[in-house]
Design a binder for this molecule. Structure first.
Ligand SMILES: Cc1ncc(C[n+]2csc(CCOP(=O)(O)OP(=O)(O)O)c2C)c(N)n1
Ligand code: SF4
Ligand SMILES: [Mg+2]
Length: 297
C-alpha cells in the first residue's frame, strides 16, 4: 500500500504536474509513525488554501493532515463553512456534504467501506465548523454518536458562523457580540464535549491548535479508537481572527490565552476504560515491534 497508490506510470512522468511528482517523491503516504515533524522535510498533504492570511484553521488543518495514521486509506467529510474552502486543496479523498449533514454522510460512507473492503482498514474523519456540528447538524451529529458509528468527528470551533459574516452559534460564548449578532449571546456556550461523552463517544478532547505535538497525539488516538471501538470527538479552538479583531500573526497567542487552566479551552480529555486499554495494547505492540526490528539489525 502506501505510495503504490499514487505511483506515476513512467510513460506519463514528464507530463504530470510538478506538485504531484513532489507528492510521490517526498509525500508521507504509507510512512509509519508519520507526524507533524515531517512538515518542512516532506511534501505536505495541504500547502495552499484560500482562508484569510493567518487563520488558525490553516494551522490546525496542516497538523491534522500530518497526523492521520493512514491518509491513503482515509476519506474526510467536510461541510459548508470556512473549512470547506480548504478541502479542494487537500491530497486526501474527501466529500463535501450539504451543510449539517456531515455525520449522516460519514455514517453511510463508513458502513459502505466496511462492506466493500472487509479486510482493509478505511478511516473516515469528519471535519466541520461549529455551526455545522452543533447547530444545523446537531441531529446528525448526535444520532451518529447514539448509534456508535465508527468514525472521528472534528469540530473547528471558532465560536460563530464565520463564512457568512458572523452570526451567533451554539458554541459562541455568552455575551459575545458579533457583526451579525449585535444584541449579544444570551445563553452559555453549549457543552458539547460533555454531551459527546454522555452520547456514547469513546474518546473526547477539548483543546486548541497551539501545540502541534498535542494535536498529533489526539488525532491519532481519535482515529485509532474510532477504527475499533466507536465514535470519537475532538473540539479544537480555531479562532476567527477576522471576527475577534486580531491581526494575522495574533491567532497563536489567542489560542494560548484561551487554553489557560481557567479558560474555556483548557485541555480536557475523556476516555473510556475500554479505549484506554486498547491504546495501551497498541503501544505495547508498537514497542515490541521496534525492539524486534532493532534486534534483527
Ligand atoms: C443548508 C444550508 N444552510 C445554510 C447555509 C449557509 N451557510 C453557509 S456557511 C454557514 C455557517 C458556517 O458556520 P460554521 O459551521 O461555524 O463554519 P465556519 O464558517 O465558522 O468555519 C451557513 C449558515 C448553507 N450553505 N446551507
Ligand atoms: S473568516 Fe475567520 S475563520 Fe474564516 S478564514 Fe477568515 S479568519 Fe478564518
Ligand atoms: Mg464557525
Amino acid at each position: 500500500m502506501g505510495k503504490d497508490k499514487i505511483r506515476i506510470n513512467e510513460e506519463f512522468y514528464d507530463i504530470m504536474p510538478p506538485e504531484y511528482r513532489e507528492l510521490v517523491e517526498s509525500g508521507t503516504y504509507g510512512k509509519e509513525g508519520r507526524g507533524w515533524k515531517d512538515m518542512g522535510s516532506s511534501k505536505e498533504l495541504i500547502e495552499e488554501h484560500s482562508l484569510c492570511a493567518g487563520c488558525p484553521e490553516s494551522m490546525a488543518f496542516r497538523y491534522i493532515l500530518a497526523s492521520l495514521p493512514a491518509p491513503e486509506d482515509t476519506v474526510m467529510v467536510g461541510s459548508t463553512g470556512c473549512t470547506s474552502l480548504v478541502f479542494p486543496h487537500v491530497a486526501v479523498h474527501n466529500i463535501h456534504s450539504l451543510f449539517g449533514n456531515q455525520n449522516a454522510i460519514a455514517t453511510g460512507l463508513k458502513r459502505a467501506l466496511m462492506v466493500r473492503f472487509p479486510n482493509k482498514v478505511k478511516d473516515v474523519v469528519v471535519l466541520a465548523g461549529d455551526g455545522a456540528t452543533v447547530d444545523i447538524g446537531l441531529d446528525m451529529t448526535l444520532q451518529s454518536w447514539f448509534r456508535g458509528e465508527k468514525f472521528t468527528t472534528i469540530c473547528f470551533d471558532n465560536e460563530l458562523y464565520a463564512n457568512t459574516g458572523g452570526q451567533e452559534s451554539g458554541l459562541m460564548q455568552k455575551g459575545f457580540v458579533a457583526k451579525m449578532a449585535p444584541v449579544g449571546k444570551k445563553f452559555d456556550k453549549v457543552r458539547l464535549p460533555e454531551i459527546a461523552r454522555e452520547s456514547g463517544c469513546q474518546y473526547v478532547v477539548n483543546m486548541t491548535a497551539s501545540q502541534p505535538g498535542k494535536v498529533e497525539k489526539v488525532i491519532r488516538n481519535a482515529v485509532y479508537i474510532a477504527r475499533e471501538l466507536g465514535p470519537t470527538y475532538v473540539q479544537i479552538y480555531t479562532p476567527c481572527i477576522l471576527e475577534i479583531g486580531k491581526q494575522s500573526m495574533e491567532g497563536l497567542q489567542e489560542m494560548r490565552d484561551s487554553e489557560k487552566p481557567t479558560e474555556r479551552f483548557a485541555y480536557k480529555e475523556y476516555i473510556t476504560d475500554e479505549a484506554k486499554a486498547y491504546l495501551a495494547d497498541l503501544d505495547a505492540k508498537r514497542k515490541a515491534k521496534a525492539t524486534a526490528q532493532l534486534a534483527a539489525k
